[in-house]
Design a protein around this ligand. Structure first.
Ligand code: PEP
Length: 252
């Protein structure tokens, strides 16, 4: 039996001052009363505590950090730990975003450790995967994503994997205005679900939320979210504008 959570996750990246973040959330609380969709806000670290206080009485709004270190604590200047994130209200963490993979050279190997550590602490990873345009054109995108999952995620036990959310984000569609067609998204989500089934069985595959990310906007969200294996979106640019984000939340 399917038991998948529909999720609208925002990724603010390095945008919004603290006051802008708080205003955004207050406006969001006024404008959305959707209760069947889980809203996850991926906000900058320094916004977490303030926003957690603002949404404390709203059961379906949760917070995500945009990164977390793989170690418990120690001499890692500028880094942040899972315990620290939990202590300021984060329940989710975006791991393996293509911008982290590209600009900070995060490999599948380090992501594997980050995933492991986050889950051991009770932080839910939103694990990002996705191919470049070169890989897509070479028609090896399924193998490429399969490798990302094998190396970054599939070391988890079945019990631990039950806590994971996956975001499929083709790099060629992130921040470019170019979106995967609903069919391209569905094909890849189905392929990912098949890989999960092979590794963990049908019940786990049917219960895993797989989000699409890559230029989701109010005018294309409905078509993408209506695909049978798409359980929501990880939204960058359009999550910075309250009205756009609310329209996307209302697209399920
Ligand atoms: C993202 O950053 O995860 C993303 C999908 O960005 P955008 O929606 O702007 O393409």
């Amino acid at each position: 039996m399917e038991n998948r959570q529909q999720i609208a996750a925002g990724n603010w990246k390095m945008n919004k001052t603290y006051d802008e973040g708080i205003s955004f959330v207050n406006e969001l609380l006024e404008k959305t009363n959707e209760e069947n969709v889980l809203i996850v806000l991926g906000v900058p670290f320094v916004h977490l505590k303030g926003i957690a206080d603002s949404v404390a009485n709203t059961a379906n709004i949760k917070l995500a950090a945009q990164n977390s270190h793989e170690k418990e604590s120690g001499a890692y200047t500028g880094e942040i730990s899972a315990d620290m994130l939990l202590s300021v209200g984060a329940e989710y963490v975006i791991l393996g975003h293509s911008e982290r993979r590209e600009h900070y050279k995060e490999s599948n190997e380090v992501l594997c450790k980050k995933v492991e550590h986050s889950i051991s602490k009770g932080l839910i990873p939103i694990f990002c995967c996705g191919e470049s345009l070169r890989i897509r054109k070479a028609k090896i995108h399924v193998d490429f994503v399969s490798n990302q999952l094998n190396e970054g995620l599939f070391h988890l036990s079945k019990e631990a994997f039950a806590n994971v959310v996956i975001a499929y984000e083709p790099i060629w569609a992130i921040g470019t205005g170019e979106t995967a067609t609903p069919e391209q998204a569905q094909d890849m989500h189905k392929a990912i679900r098949n890989l999960i089934e092979k590794k963990y069985g049908n019940d786990t595959a049917q219960n895993t939320s797989i989000l699409y990310g890559g230029s989701v906007k109010p005018d294309n969200a409905k078509d993408i979210f209506s695909q049978p294996d798409v359980d929501g979106g990880l939204i960058g640019g359009a999550s910075l504008n309250v009205d756009d984000f609310v329209q996307i939340i209302n697209s399920f």
